[in-house]
Structure formats: C-alpha cells, structure tokens
Design a binder for this molecule. Structure first.
Ligand SMILES: Cc1ncc(COP(=O)(O)O)c(C=O)c1O
Length: 390
C-alpha cells in the first residue's frame, strides 16, 4: 500500500512504515533476530553506510531492525522529522540526546521542572565529564536566554512539564539557540506527537518516554528520539551504537500495537482530563488544580499556540497539607492505584512534597493520571477518599 506522505496521524498510525509485510500479513511479524546476513562482501560492506541513510541496511539489531524501523518511521512521520529511533527506555533516549549535545567543559541550561531522573543525569552524572548546568524557571523565556554562557551547548526543555504543567516558548528559545549554535532538546511525552510537534517550532531533538501515551498499555518500557537525518547519523555512530540503549524487537512490536490507538486514546485523554480538572476545581478540599488544558492557565496563549490538545495527567494542591491526612487519602483510594508512571489504561495517584523555584515553602501536590475507567467511578473513588483530607 503506497501512502500519501501528507496522511493524517490516524492513517500514519495504522499503515505508515508497513509497506513490506511478507505473505500479506496484516500485522507485521516480529523480526526476533540479533543479526542479518549478506550474500556478498560488497552488500555486507555497504550495509554500514552512514553517509547515505537510503543505502543503509539492517546489519545488527543493536543498531537497527525491521520491527524497530516500523515504530521509528511512524514516530518520525508523526513528529514531522526526517528520522526517529526507538530505545529501551525514555531515559535511554534522553541520555543519548543529552550525551550527543555536550563535550568536556560544556554547559547545559535545563528547566527546573524537568523529569527528576533527567535532572539527576544532568546534575549528578554529567559533572564527571566537567559538564556544568544551570536550572531555570522555564516559563520565563528571558531567564532561559540569560542563563546561556559562551560554553552552553544544550538547552533542555520539557513543555508542558509533567507535575506543574508549565510551558516554555519553543519558538523564541529555538530562534535564540539557532543564532548561538546551541542544541535544543525537549521531552514531548505529555502531549505525544498527536498533540504537539516541537520540531516544527525549531527544536532539534524531540524525546519521549514511549512507556507513556505512545505505548499506552503499561506493558512496555520504551523511549524514542526524533530529529534530522544529520543528527541521527551522528547518534548512530556514537550514542546508539556505543552506549547500546536501543530497543529490542518484541517491545517494539508491542509499541507498534499500542500506537495504533494513540489518536483515540489522546482524544479521550483530553476530554477525561478536562472533566477531572473541572470536578477537582469544584471540591472544597482542593486549593489549586494544575492542568495543561486549563482555560485560565496563566500561559494559556502560549499553550494553545504550541499544542493542539491536552491530556489526562494533572495534579492538585490539597487545602489540607497535613502529611498524615494526605497519606490517608492516597491509601483510601481503590481505583486510583499508587504508582509512578502514567499514559496506560489504569488510573494512578502519587502524592509528592515539593518546592520548585519561586515557592516560599514546600507544599504537597497530588498527581493524578486519569485512565480509561468510567469517570463517574473515578470521581466516586476520589469522593470517598476526600473524607480523609478534611
Ligand atoms: C516526563 C517523563 N519523561 C521521561 C520519563 C522517563 O521514561 P522511562 O521511564 O521510559 O525511562 C518519564 C518517566 O516517568 C517521564 O514521566
């Protein structure tokens, strides 16, 4: 089946990258093999071709494999980039993107609301190589630009952030970064490529925890990185083949299967997120709701200029800040399970004490991920648990 490159995301998710299925199989088989063999030494040698991506052949599954390639072609088409690569986890994709953007003595500017282990990688691991960093309040573009030093080689963004749902201005930041020769990377896990395409706004590398909405079923840990052919060629020669964080064929097959329903799930997630945000906002136990789709969000104009929709991850600050009561609330939930991840079928809750930049004191925030259960059942579950937060 020849697909129009302008196909809509829903069509890309079903058919893109699947032109060569053997035996008329409607679902692509898993290429569960570690290597590929060649008929002659010339084709063997050409398979390594890194200069011309069209000449590349599958050679060794640490670097490429036909099953991975299907997921990669879909993600690149959705993110509107020339290339994409899938990894064994979101952190493998994130660390590869970061490592490819720094050298000894470089400086990184990172938003203070980035995913915790990403910050740990930047603040605790990179100093081993003499790489320094500055954290910035990313909703203030001037702060990001002012933090850049002559040796800054990377600006790391996550918009929206996945706890307080703050946005960074991709267009302004990338325009500045391009002028200065600084690489920009953003985590796009919250929106998935269905709701946001940062590369179209100038971001050089887009990373995903594909464990979240892309996979969508809590049965695979996966990562993805989307960028230009030029950057991908460098990544293939370095971080991908040397650090070896690529994905294995079976998780890639699960990822492809999960992605088929991405559009449906994201549209549902958007409506479920709005409904939950409104319901929480009506509760006397709730002081503030943090929701990327909030019509009264202080950065609403920026949000709608960058995203086509919001999802079902949100958080709230309870009026009652007593730790014991917050624990009792979370322990009393039945449908919302206590767990770290999100983007799957099941609703989740995590209470987190935090003090980000600009807050005078630490506050408890309760993050909720709204899954695919019936919304009335979820609200009833929260209602009974709120008894403990009074
Ligand atoms: C926003 C965000 N980015 C990245 C990651 C890391 O992804 P993974 O757990 O797939 O390595 C997570 C995981 O929770 C996340 O929430």
């Amino acid at each position: 089946m020849a697909l129009d490159p302008q196909s809509h995301p829903e069509t890309i998710l079903q058919h893109w990258g699947e032109e060569n299925k053997p035996e008329g199989a409607v679902v692509p088989p898993i290429f569960q093999n570690s290597l590929f063999v060649f008929e002659d030494t010339w084709s063997f040698q050409n398979s390594f071709s890194l200069e011309d991506p069209t000449q590349r052949k599958h050679n060794y599954s640490r670097v490429s494999n036909p099953t991975l390639e299907i997921a990669e072609e879909k993600i690149a088409a959705l993110e509107k980039t020339e290339a994409a690569k899938v990894f064994g986890s979101g952190m493998a994709a994130i660390s590869a993107a970061i490592m490819s953007s720094v050298a000894q003595g470089s400086h990184v500017v990172c938003v203070d609301t980035a995913y915790g282990p990403t910050k740990q990688f930047i603040q605790d691991y990179l100093p081993k190589f003499g790489v320094r960093h500055t954290y910035v309040e990313g909703s203030c573009t001037e702060e990001i630009l002012d933090a850049c030093l002559p040796e800054t080689s990377l600006i790391y963004l996550e918009s929206p952030s996945s706890l307080l749902f703050k946005f960074q201005d991709f267009r302004r930041v990338t325009q500045f970064a391009q002028e200065k020769g600084i690489t920009t990377v953003t985590d796009n896990s919250y929106c998935s490529p269905y709701f946001q395409n940062p590369a179209e706004m100038g971001v050089d590398m887009v990373v995903h925890s594909a464990t979240k909405y892309l996979g969508g079923h809590s049965d695979v840990v996966a990562g993805a990185l989307a960028c230009s052919h030029e950057r991908m060629t460098k990544l293939l020669m370095n971080e991908i083949s040397l650090l070896g964080g690529g994905m294995a064929p079976f998780p890639a097959w699960l990822l492809i299967r999960g992605m088929r329903t991405l559009a449906l799930r994201m549209r549902y997630a958007e409506s479920a997120g709005h409904r939950m945000a409104a319901w929480l906002g009506s509760r006397s136990e709730v002081a503030r709701v943090f929701h990327a789709g909030d019509a009264d969000h202080p950065q609403r104009e920026l949000a709608t200029s960058q995203m086509r929709g919001s999802s079902s991850l949100l958080s709230f600050e309870p009026v009652c800040q007593e730790e014991a009561k917050i624990r009792a609330f979370a322990d009393a939930l039945h449908l919302f399970q206590l767990g770290v991840s999100w983007g799957g079928f099941e609703s989740l809750c995590v209470p987190i004490p935090m003090q980000p930049m600009g807050w005078n004191e630490p506050r408890w925030i309760i993050r909720l991920y709204v899954g695919l259960e019936n919304p009335e059942d979820l609200e009833a579950d929260l209602s009974q648990a709120f008894e403990h937060l009074r």
